[in-house]
Design a protein around this ligand. Structure first.
Ligand code: NAG
Ligand code: NAG
Ligand code: NAG
Ligand code: NAG
Ligand code: NAG
Length: 431
């Protein structure tokens, strides 16, 4: 569910740049609502724990928080906090018990979930018990922890900086891997007094793991097994939509920078209201919502439950930095899996070398299971195979056995359990 909306943004921005619209001051611009949706963060989003607390006041949008999402099904949940070495305050969530497990007290094996681009810990529990992998594993007696990365809807806080500061948004998946992931893994292992954990990552959640293990290889010892859903590292090809706009991307970046836009698609009352109204079952615009998703992720009308759109779009997209998207762009243009390129002087300041850091996939020595979709536009087979070629310890490389399985199906497909999760659970049980 990662990079989907990037492309919409980029295409819309392209149209704007081309038209040289001064839309910021032009209230009559038809683009205004779209721009607001994509970039502006507005107040009015209220996280609640129980839906009965929801008031129907106009302008107030409420949505459940992670604990509310989980407790509504009688699973127990917790929220934990950790601060990264560079000052970002992160929220980690936990499903600590399942109603199907009688003795929730005994020491359990930890499974750590890391979401991808534009997602949050909510993305793992939006569909519900007996459907979402996180609930299924909790039912098997695992201790489920779910990470959140800097800048998403839960992690907009820093010891010094504010999300209004440019500096707050100067990060990409390099920092997610080297700083966020390491801090969260250390916290979870220390808290649970475990030596190792099982890692489940989706999309950029897999990229972050590769980076962590390449830059800080000592973390290999803390991970028992990595389940990588739609892994993203090496780029051999990009989808048609991206290819179409690739030459414009640097211009778009410039445009965003000059307009002081550092964040894209935050979760906000506006985004939720639009998602709930435009994509609802009775809305004539629902087909448009579906087409947009198919354009970005790959088309799979069969496994997409459009009835769940309003629910899904109450938690997604959850925000990302412009720099993160630009980092992906740099990687697919150079065909190199390397850190963000700040150019000569900037690189020296960041990395103490004038070139970006090359990530060495050969240092990922933990056993890995790679699952990919045949119709995934954001993690296409060619890229997954190229990544696979560089990995020294892949114990399973598997295509989900459904021809049209796309990037978001890993989280939302109506029968993800039969097609994928049962297999994942089997592997985790074995290790
Ligand atoms: C609901 O919105 C009104 C104004 O639109 C605001 O004054 C009020 O504080 C909001 N309610 C909550 C619980 O934030
Ligand atoms: C949760 O537990 C309460 C009390 O035991 C019960 O009334 C309710 O039906 C349960 N809810 C679900 C979704 O299982
Ligand atoms: C480890 O956890 C204990 C409590 O369980 C806490 O007191 C201690 O500060 C933690 N250590 C680190 C390095 O987080
Ligand atoms: C689709 O989503 C709705 C609303 O979340 C749910 O009630 C329904 O069971 C789902 N259908 C399938 C086939 O999963
Ligand atoms: C990867 O590591 C192994 C063992 O450490 C080494 O034998 C091999 O040459 C390395 N491959 C590359 C491409 O660096």
């Amino acid at each position: 569910m990662d990079m989907k909306f990037i492309f919409i943004i980029l295409m819309l921005s392209k149209a704007l740049v081309d038209a040289k619209l001064n839309f910021w001051r032009d209230f009559a611009s038809p683009w205004k609502p779209i721009i607001n949706y994509l970039f502006l963060n507005d107040p009015g989003l209220i996280r609640v724990r129980k839906s009965i607390e929801v008031k129907t006041e106009i302008n107030n949008v409420t949505t459940l928080d992670f604990i509310g999402l989980v407790e509504r099904y009688n699973y127990s949940a917790e929220e934990h906090y950790v601060t990264t070495e560079d000052g970002y305050n992160l929220v980690i969530h936990r499903i600590s018990g399942s109603p199907l497990i009688i003795n929730n007290q005994r020491k359990k094996k930890v499974v750590f979930f890391q979401h991808g681009l534009f997602c949050s810990s909510d993305s793992w529990v939006t569909i519900g018990p007996n459907k979402d992998l996180a609930f299924l594993l909790a039912d098997q007696g695992y201790d489920i922890w779910l990470g959140n990365i800097r800048g998403n809807s839960y992690c907009r806080s820093h010891v010094k900086l504010s999300p209004r500061d440019k500096k707050f948004w100067q990060f990409s998946f390099h920092e997610l891997g080297t700083k966020d992931l390491s801090a969260m893994i250390d916290y979870v292992l220390n808290y649970t007094k475990q030596k190792t954990l099982h890692y489940v990552g989706h999309s950029m959640g897999t990229t972050a793991l590769f980076i962590l293990l390449s830059v800080k290889p000592e973390y290999n010892a803390k991970i028992k097994l990595g389940i990588l859903l739609a892994p993203v590292a090496m780029w051999k090809e990009v989808s048609y939509a991206v290819h179409h706009i690739r030459n414009k991307i640097p211009k778009i970046k410039e445009f965003l920078d000059s307009n002081k836009i550092y964040e894209v698609l935050p979760l906000s009352s506006k985004s939720i209201t639009m998602g709930r109204s435009l994509c609802a079952n009775k809305a004539i615009t629902q087909a448009f919502c579906a087409s947009l998703m198919f354009l970005i992720f790959g088309s799979d009308p069969v496994l997409l439950n459009t009835t769940a759109f309003p629910e899904i779009l109450s938690y997604f997209p959850a925000g990302a930095s412009v720099q993160t998207l630009y980092h992906f762009y740099q990687n697919f243009v150079t065909h190199k899996f390397q850190s963000y390129d700040y150019k000569y002087v900037g690189n020296y300041k960041q990395y103490k070398q004038v070139t970006p850091i090359m990530y060495d996939l050969n240092k990922t020595v933990v056993p890995l299971c790679l699952f990919y979709g045949n119709n995934d536009l954001l993690a296409p087979k060619a890229n997954v195979f190229e990544t696979y070629r560089h990995l020294p310890n892949v114990i399973l490389l598997k295509e989900v056995p459904y021809k049209f399985f796309n990037h978001m199906d890993f989280l939302w497909a109506t029968n993800a359990k039969a097609l994928l999760y049962n297999n994942v659970i089997q592997v985790i049980n074995k290790y």
